[in-house]
Design a protein around this ligand. Structure first.
Ligand SMILES: Cc1cc2nc3c(=O)[nH]c(=O)nc-3n(C[C@H](O)[C@H](O)[C@H](O)COP(=O)(O)OP(=O)(O)OC[C@H]3O[C@@H](n4cnc5c(N)ncnc54)[C@H](O)[C@@H]3O)c2cc1C
Length: 463
């Protein structure tokens, strides 16, 4: 590691995520050891799989629900994310409205906002302590071009029912002070969570309801009414794929969702003087309007967990499973963090890690259930899955139970999206996008409007 990044004595790179530091990275529990019959088998014990199991058992306690997980519950993005329980929609309102109209896209947005409170309510009810505090989110612009984008985003939000109460411009520094901020927005629709605590707490709640989660059990084939593993086959009326960023590793699904990396660093606990100086008094989440964007949270023990794009994508949709992060990414994140908060430069990096999220070709998420084959899935959350997975879990419940509810007619249900291009086009497209975003951010320092390079990058990847 380069000398310019101060590392803590106990610095860790990878090992899944900092979020497991206090509890220890769990060893996988007992795997499947025989063939089984169930009503519903769910592949993947992240938030999608766990919420689906939770709501199914709550609705129909008699259902036999089995979860198969290759590692341990919360091994994927659910145990590694930035902890934004956000009301932002994955993808653009326009794309959901294109098929279902304006009113339905607005309804989806409202369901997203309501899902934040639903997650908080379930955590309270089930005794899940995930450090949740709903103090909202601040987004800052640090160039004139970013400020123009920020203002435009507020104007563009209004037709989708996002009112002044939901999102508004604030004075930079009104909520928290970021060096160089020239404009800012505030929204109450976001809560800080500790991701791994939510995943592990949910897994416990699901087990308490009578669901068996077989860990250390990789599923090698998903087919109508069955999920095959090296240790046995589970046959079920419904088979739900909840594998998000790992989906490309399943046969026939390599091009469905692009496994996109996101990386994070976390500092040592910062002193009270830092929080007073920055005016970061609560658990507000912090984001920005750069193309090479960042996201941050103040952790319950007063660290900054700071994330960004990192090394975007591995050729052939490969996944680096344990979260090891490249030196250049750690340097970039540290440089950005200390540029945002010069006073944090006296701290050091305690841990860095990465994870994968699933990106569909049109960057909009979807929920599916084919009643004929019993096959279902939800995902493609493009980095907005912490809240969306809850909505997905409740929607899959209704679809599996065959009930027509307001959730089963939401515009993301049954959306069809074309596959990504074969390699090397996939790799070239994503890497070109990242390069263009980097240059665009640099150029925008002396521009008043969004760089054409960023628009070109969006067009190449369908963003
Ligand atoms: C670094 C990072 C930061 C992020 N920050 C945020 C944020 O702040 N807010 C937000 O909304 N979203 C964020 N996201 C995205 C969010 O975490 C995800 O959208 C969400 O957790 C997806 O949940 P999931 O259950 O669908 O997928 P995952 O949590 O990835 O779970 C999939 C599970 O399936 C298992 N699995 C995969 N293949 C198989 C197989 N063949 N057999 C058995 N098991 C299998 C995996 O081991 C894994 O446990 C972030 C993601 C990353 C990586």
């Amino acid at each position: 590691m380069s000398a310019r990044v101060p590392l803590s004595p106990g610095y860790v790179n990878g090992d899944v995520a900092f979020w497991y530091r206090s509890s220890g990275v769990p060893a996988p529990g007992p795997p499947l050891d025989r063939d089984l019959q169930a009503d519903v088998v769910i592949v993947g014990a992240g938030y999608t799989g766990l919420w689906t199991a939770y709501y199914l058992k709550k609705a129909r306690p008699s259902l036999e629900v089995v979860v198969l997980e290759q590692e341990f519950a919360g091994f994927g993005a659910s145990g590694r994310n930035g902890g934004w329980l956000t009301g932002d929609l994955a993808g653009s309102h326009e794309r959901y409205a294109k098929t279902h109209g304006l009113a339905e896209a607005k309804r989806l947005q409202r369901e997203m906002y309501a899902s934040i409170d639903e997650v908080i309510a379930v955590c309270e009810k089930e005794g899940i302590d995930a450090d949740i505090v709903k103090d909202g989110v601040v987004n800052v612009a640090r160039t004139t071009a970013q400020a123009a984008r920020l203002r435009a985003s507020v104007t563009a939000a209004r037709p989708w029912g996002i009112t002044e109460q939901d999102l508004r411009l604030v004075e930079p520094g009104e909520r928290l002070r970021v060096a160089g901020a020239v404009a800012a927005t505030w929204s109450p629709h976001c809560a800080r969570i500790q991701p791994a605590k939510l995943a592990q707490g949910l897994a416990r709640a699901v087990r308490d309801l009578g669901v068996t989660i077989y860990e250390g059990t990789p599923v090698t084939q998903i087919a109508p009414h069955l999920a095959r593993t090296p240790y046995g086959t589970v046959r079920a009326r419904h088979v739900i794929r909840a594998t998000e960023g790992f989906t490309a590793r399943l046969r026939g699904l390599r091009r469905q969702w692009l496994p996109m990396n996101s990386s994070m660093i976390v500092t040592e606990p910062l002193p009270a003087s830092f929080w007073a100086e920055t005016g970061w008094h609560g658990a507000e989440l912090l984001g920005d309007l750069a193309h090479y964007y960042m996201y941050a949270q103040r952790t319950a023990d007063d660290r900054i967990a700071f994330g960004g794009r990192g090394k975007p994508y591995l050729y052939g949709s490969r996944v680096d499973a344990r979260g090891h992060t490249h030196e250049r990414t750690v340097e970039d994140l540290w440089d950005l963090l200390t540029d945002f908060f010069p006073a944090a430069a006296s701290s050091s990096v305690a841990h860095t890690w990465s994870g994968v999220l699933g990106v569909p070709r049109d960057w909009c998420s979807a929920v599916h259930l084919d009643p004929a084959t019993g096959l279902g899935w939800a995902g493609g959350y493009t980095g907005h899955g912490v809240t969306t997975t809850n909505l997905a879990g409740r929607t899959l419940r209704d679809l599996i139970l065959g009930e027509e509810t307001p959730l089963t007619t939401l515009p993301w249900v049954g959306r069809e999206v074309r596959a990504w291009e074969p390699e090397p086009l996939r790799w070239l497209g994503v890497h070109t996008m990242y390069r263009l975003y980097r240059v665009a951010d640099h150029r925008e320092r002396s521009m008043t409007r969004t760089s054409v390079l960023a628009r070109l990058a969006d067009r190449i990847t369908g963003h």
